[in-house]
Design a protein around this ligand. Structure first.
Ligand SMILES: *Cc1c(COP(=O)(O)O)cnc(C)c1O
Length: 489
């Protein structure tokens, strides 16, 4: 009878073991490889194939995957990948993903060990965040979904006695207003758009030179909005902004939310897990006062994508926003359908077994080691900042709080757009020659390069080496490409 299982189990085992060995060897040799290589046109072309109708032997399929796909990764596993903000993955996490997939459980619901494992992982993450026992939480595809879930609960709780799930926005007597700093991550705009509130409902509060929210401006905005007929509903604090790693003043924002009866949601996708570093945990003081918190294990826990998490202090409010009772999903007294439904805590019905990779990473390494690595990345961002400050042609663009540093190469005498062009050119060359991957960004109008060092493989030497490459490339470009240094008029 035809099934999708191997016809020869021994042959499958040989192919699978070889693939595992190859993945391990490549990971062990990462440092010797370029950070990134552009995908050659021939490989791109080789990938464009007609819909496969007939079978192909697995060993061919795996070889082809290595040659045309797995040979050209994004590069975020490399020790000198510091673009955007993401994790560097891990073989333990990869192994866990394989085991989870082989287990095959659907974590939408049911009474099985995979669901129990997710509950354990949520409880560990709750303890890391300092949330009280009895809080609720769920694993998500990432921080974006985690934030969307937190903001959904905030919206639904905004006006007591009004059932927004049933009546929708038409049931609102006044439009809701949410608040976040001007450094807020783009996923919050998508969230308020998806929630039907619209982008205008998310009022951006200015930040100071340290990129932290101005809480007095927040208090004034809330008063102003009330006077103008808005219903202030939720304050989004960012604990680790994506631009510079700044942490909003959490205790002051928690006080304000308590006094005004507003929901406090904290976007801790970058910073929440920094509580694991004893030297830096105090930076997050106040995060445990949030009503809801998004965090992101696929960042500083380095589990493979995807794994985010949202915690909600009021478990009933969380359930109240997502639970449904469908006749085809009635819980049973015993058997597989006797467990609680994890799908009652989020958007998805079918849910993957994301918990296992987090469970295995936490069990293998323990929070102490993970915390040391998070702390080391912060030290490395400070090291980078200190080197940049000490160099005559490098400028630090913002203070360093966590593991992000923004800086630029500046030979002097260039106008802002030429300077931005020069730095973008440096960034692209260093990516193309495989030396180091920075991203670029603009902080309070100043363009520069950004190193987000969320990487358990980065060494201190990598930092010095990368900055030397920036200067070398900048010097070469400044003499050959840029206009000769105009002396200031
Ligand atoms: C990464 C990030 C997000 C989005 O999380 P994803 O896991 O990429 O969906 C949201 N907010 C902040 C501050 C982030 O750094």
């Amino acid at each position: 009878m035809e099934t999708l299982d191997p016809t020869d189990w021994g042959e499958f085992a040989r192919i699978a073991h070889k693939a595992v060995d190859e993945a391990i060897a490549r990971t062990a040799a990462l440092r010797d490889r370029p950070v990134w290589r552009p995908m050659p046109p021939a490989a791109r072309k080789a990938l464009r194939q007609p819909l496969p109708v007939e079978p192909t032997p697995l060993d061919h399929v795996v070889d082809e995957a290595w040659d045309t796909i797995l040979a050209y990764p994004m590069g975020n596993t490399h020790p000198r990948f510091w673009m955007w903000y993401m994790g560097a993955s891990s073989l333990t996490g990869a192994l866990a993903d394989f085991l989870a997939a082989a287990d095959g459980s659907n974590l939408g619901g049911g009474d099985h060990a995979a669901a129990e494992c997710e509950r354990q992982v949520i409880d560990w993450l709750r303890q890391i965040a300092g949330f009280p026992e009895g809080s609720s939480g769920t694993l998500t595809s990432g921080g974006s979904e985690a934030n969307l879930i937190g903001l959904t609960v905030a919206r639904n709780r905004a006006i007591p006695g009004i059932d927004l799930r049933e009546g929708g926005l038409a049931a609102l007597p006044r439009p809701l207003r949410f608040y976040a700093s001007d450094q807020v991550h783009g996923c919050h705009q998508k969230a308020v758009e998806l929630l039907g509130l619209g982008n205008r409902a998310l009022r951006r509060i200015p930040t100071g030179p340290d990129c932290r929210m101005d809480v007095e401006a927040l208090a004034r905005a809330i008063e102003e909005d009330r006077a103008q007929g808005w219903q202030p509903a939720c304050v989004i604090a960012t604990a680790g902004t994506v631009n510079t790693g700044a942490i909003d003043p959490l205790p002051a924002m928690a006080d304000l939310c308590r006094d005004r009866g507003l929901w406090l949601h904290v976007d801790g996708c970058i910073g929440a897990l920094t509580r694991l570093s004893p030297r830096h945990a105090h930076l997050l003081d106040g995060i445990d006062r949030a009503d809801s918190l998004a965090l992101d294990p696929h960042k500083s826990l380095h589990v493979p994508f995807e794994a985010g998490c949202v915690l909600v202090r009021d478990a009933r409010a969380h359930l109240g926003s997502f639970a449904l009772h469908s006749e085809y999903l009635d819980p049973a007294l015993r058997g597989i359908a006797a467990g609680g439904w994890l799908l009652d805590l989020g958007l998805q019905t079918s849910r993957g077994f994301r918990a296992l990779k987090i469970w295995m990473m936490l069990r293998e390494h323990g929070t102490a080691r993970l915390g040391r690595i998070i702390g080391r990345n912060i030290d490395q961002a400070r090291r980078l900042a200190a080197l940049a400050q000490a160099h005559p042609r490098l400028t630090l663009l913002s203070p360093v709080t966590l593991d992000i540093a923004c800086f630029r190469y500046d030979p002097g005498g260039l106008d802002p757009s030429a300077l931005a062009g020069l730095n973008a050119e440096i960034m692209m060359r260093l990516q193309e020659d495989g030396t180091v991957a920075f991203s670029d960004t603009t902080v309070h109008g100043e363009h520069g390069l950004r190193a987000a060092i969320c990487n358990h493989r980065t060494t201190d030497e990598d930092i010095g080496m990368a900055l030397a490459a920036v200067v070398r490339t900048g010097d070469a470009l400044a003499t050959t490409h840029a206009p000769t240094h105009a002396s200031p008029a």
